[in-house]
Design a protein around this ligand. Sequence first.
Ligand code: NI
Length: 162
Amino acid sequence: MAIRNIREMGDEVLSKRCKEVTQMTPRVRELIEDMLETMYEANGVGLAAPQVGILKRIVVIDVTGEDPHILINPRIVECSGEQTGHEGCLSVPGKYGIVTRPSYVKAVALDVNMKEFELEGTELLARAICHELDHLDGHLYVEKAQGGLRDVGDEEEEEEEI
Ligand code: NI
């Protein structure tokens, strides 16, 4: 396993659409392990493959630090409600924004054995699923931030970076 370099806003890899994963290979497994390690090392709650420069539809999410989710070729099949709150991103260090997302999301994805599963989330998990899936289509939360980006440190609250 290795920690990979996290690409930052302005890197064109973050604005590209990622390709579906068609088969599990040792290289893809290694990428997923590295993504988890890189996310934890950076104290993030989610990371998408393009953030480490790989244009594959893979995301990892862990909003509690002990419940990792690996989603391959994920898609949102259901969402409802609305939540408006702070959102940050490991690719936009030192910043956050106010972003409105669904308060409930159901996604379908493949696991590391390329078996389909469902993941339901509310609150931060719902936000993280939406945020990470946006990365796979080349979108950053900054496009959705109400009133633009703010500097972390303006308020007492710690921002989660996804
Ligand atoms: Ni992000």
